[in-house]
Structures are given as structure tokens and as C-alpha cells.
Design a protein around this ligand. Structure first.
Ligand SMILES: Cc1ncc(COP(=O)(O)O)c(C=O)c1O
Length: 380
């Protein structure tokens, strides 16, 4: 089996999650909207999952709107949070599902402000303050970046946005299950989650939405999710999301200390290699994420070479892997385009081990030597 070091792209479904999902694909297949017993049984399971997801982020179950994943929840927040929106601001390092939703509403006439980040990928209060002078009605800044792992000071940014009359949405897809997340104390109005980044199934997520937000649904029909998101619920996936959220809450400390130990070990060994640049190393990052570049070695080439050696990493965001071009996150941080093109992302998970770190470091050393000796380096 290969060494999997791309947990920010997705995680395997936890065995305990899989086991609670299975009956809802087989014997408990009722439609949760049906009034007879089989339907009520499915409804009960969805509501239990709603409580479990709410608990992970200290929200109220009534604030949870299940969606088909993080992308849909982000789109719902951007398009649905403000009726007749005329102005919006999002950070430059958001996931494509936020950036492209924002660009889509901008094409329909909404004024769009892009909030700059500093060299470390952080949204500073002064950058946000200058975006707020354009009076956006909604601000969206992610808790933690999927590529760099950089964590933003969301409580401060939300406070500042509220002081200027804007609602605040945060994409917490990467943060959930990797750090403490508290919807209430962060003071945000909307928060996006996705199950498959925390050992749950793919294709299910949630938008946590404060009751004061007048959310406009984007999918209409049967009126499920209190009318906020129509469509027959994916019961098994929602049940799995609930269980994964419960486990993530219970096991947060142990998961955090495991991956941060591996990250320190990797970064110490990378430091000894010399040529490696680790992005945003000086600021708070997700404990499992290392975004690095070996100047002179193209990131895509390195990724493919590592894959040949049975090590799976990503170059930037997996969701962007079909797009050609350097990471928009690194460019927003002011990283030179040539260096940005050399980036790869390592993201550890629960089952990663010190042996994986050793395998990766030795493969990286081998790649540096091979590519150098084959004169494939464009520049060193
Ligand atoms: C920060 C962030 N937001 C949103 C998403 C999209 O989530 P989903 O894959 O559930 O649509 C991702 C997925 O990579 C992500 O990393």
C-alpha cells in the first residue's frame, strides 16, 4: 500500500462511521419525510446527526442545514445569506467554491471586494478594515486554509465586520476535527463544514446558520431542512457525518498531538535538507499541514515522482489539481511564481506514522539528487 499524506484532500471513512451508516442503506431506507414508522426512524437518525454536528462546533441543532458538502454550503452562504445583496468581500485565499461563487454574483452586478493577505497568508485587521470601507453586507474568511493550513483570527475579523454592519461567514471545512471550533464564541453568522475531511463520507456537509440570517434557499422543492435546502436527505451519509463529528470531538486532543508530532519531525528533517522552503511556518497553522517548495523542482513533477515511489501528496489543493497554474494562495501571499510552481502539500492524518515521515524524507532526498544529477532542474 502507498503512503497517504493528503488528508486535507480527503480522509478514509472511519470504520465506526461506516458501521453506523450501513443499516441506513439497507433495512432503514425510509424517506425521512414519510409519516409512517420507517420514515420516522430515518427522521430520528437525521435529527440525532444534527445534534452531533451541532455539538462539534457548539451550535444549536436548529442552526444546522445539511447540504451535499462544503462546496454547496459555501455557495448557499455566498448566494443566500443576504437578500438582494449589492456588496460582498471575500479573502484572496478562499477555496474555489467561495471565490467562484463570489465571482458569479459579481457578474450579476454585486460589488466584490477581495481582502488581501499578508506574507504569511493572514488576513490582517487593517486589510479587512480597508475592504469594509466599501460597505460589504457579507464578509467571508476561512478559518484555516486548505493549502497552507494558516489559521485566521476569526473572532476578531467577525467582530470588526459586525461593527461595520456586515454578516460574517467562515469556511471551517479544514478546521473542523483538527482544532477547537466554537460557532458561538467565534461570533460568526454562518459556518461551512464537510464530513469527508474528518473521517466521514463524501458528499455531505452543513451550513451552520444563525437564526437571525434570512437565508434564501438555492435548491427548491420538497422543503426539507426547514425549507433551506430541498431534496430528500442522504440519510446514511448524514448519519455518518454525525458519528464522524462525535468522534472528532471526543478524539480531538489525541489526533492533534499525533499529527503535530509528525509535523515537527518532518519539519526538523526538512530543515536539515537545506533547499526546502516551508510556507507560513512562523504563524499558527493546522497541526497536520506542511506546504513546502523545493525551488527548482516543479511541484507537479515531484508529485508524480513521489507517486511512482508510492507516496501520495498534493500540489496545492486537490480540488485545483485539474487546473494548470501556481497556487492562488501562494501568489496572494506574494510568493514568487517560480517558487509557487514548486509547491507540494503534505497533510498528515490519524493513521500517519513516523515511518511515513521517514519514507517521505528519503524520497524527497532521492528526488533532489536524481533531478539535480539529470540536470532537470531549471535553476537551483
Ligand atoms: C477549505 C475548503 N472549503 C471547501 C471545500 C469543499 O468541500 P467539499 O469537498 O465537501 O465540497 C474544501 C475541499 O477541499 C476545502 O478544502
Amino acid at each position: 500500500m502507498s503512503v497517504y499524506l493528503d488528508h486535507n484532500a480527503t480522509t478514509p471513512v472511519d470504520r465506526r462511521v461506516f458501521e453506523v451508516m450501513l443499516p441506513y442503506l439497507q433495512q432503514h431506507y425510509g424517506n425521512p419525510s414519510a409519516l409512517y414508522r420507517r420514515g420516522r426512524y430515518a427522521r430520528q437518525a437525521v435529527e440525532t446527526a444534527r445534534e452531533q454536528v451541532a455539538q462539534l462546533v457548539n451550535a444549536h441543532p436548529s442552526q444546522v442545514v445539511f447540504t451535499s458538502g462544503g462546496s454547496e454550503a459555501n455557495g448557499l452562504a455566498i448566494r443566500g445569506a443576504i437578500p438582494n445583496m449589492y456588496s460582498l468581500a471575500v479573502s484572496a485565499v478562499e477555496h474555489a467554491s467561495v471565490l467562484e461563487s463570489a465571482q458569479a454574483v459579481a457578474r450579476q452586478g454585486v460589488k466584490l471586494g477581495i481582502v488581501a493577505v499578508d506574507d504569511n497568508g493572514r488576513v490582517t485587521e487593517s486589510a479587512l478594515a480597508s475592504a469594509l470601507t466599501h460597505q460589504p453586507q457579507l464578509v467571508s474568511v476561512m478559518v484555516a486554509n486548505n493549502e497552507t493550513g494558516v489559521v485566521q483570527d476569526i473572532a476578531q475579523l467577525a467582530l470588526l465586520s459586525h461593527a461595520h454592519g456586515a454578516l460574517f461567514h467562515t469556511d471551517a471545512v479544514q478546521a473542523a476535527g483538527k482544532m477547537v471550533l466554537d460557532f458561538k464564541s467565534l461570533g460568526v453568522d454562518l459556518m461551512t463544514l464537510s464530513a469527508h475531511k474528518l473521517y466521514g463520507p463524501k458528499g455531505v456537509g452543513a451550513l451552520i446558520c444563525d437564526s437571525r440570517v434570512e437565508l434564501t434557499p438555492q435548491i427548491l422543492g420538497g422543503g426539507q431542512e426547514h425549507g433551506m435546502r430541498s431534496g430528500t436527505e442522504n440519510v446514511a451519509a448524514i448519519v455518518g457525518f454525525g458519528k464522524a463529528a462525535e468522534l472528532a470531538g471526543c478524539e480531538l486532543d489525541i489526533r492533534q498531538s499525533h499529527v503535530s508530532g509528525l509535523r515537527s519531525s518532518l519539519e526538523q528533517q526538512l530543515a536539515q535538507m537545506g533547499e526546502v522552503v516551508v510556507f507560513a511556518q512562523q504563524v499558527q497553522r493546522l497541526p497536520n499541514t506542511v506546504f513546502l517548495a523545493i525551488p527548482g523542482i516543479d511541484g507537479e513533477t515531484l508529485l508524480m515522482e513521489l507517486d511512482r515511489m508510492n507516496i501520495e501528496v498534493s500540489s496545492g489543493s486537490a480540488c485545483d489539481s485539474r487546473k494548470i497554474g501556481p497556487s492562488h494562495v501562494l501568489l496572494a501571499m506574494g510568493v514568487d511564481e517560480l517558487i509557487a510552481r514548486c509547491s507540494i502539500r503534505i497533510s498528515f492524518g490519524r493513521d500517519s506514522s513516523e515511518a511515513d515521515v521517514t519514507a517521505l524524507v528519503s524520497a524527497l532526498k532521492q528526488q533532489v539528487e536524481t533531478l539535480q544529477s539529470a540536470s532537470l532542474l531549471a535553476w537551483v
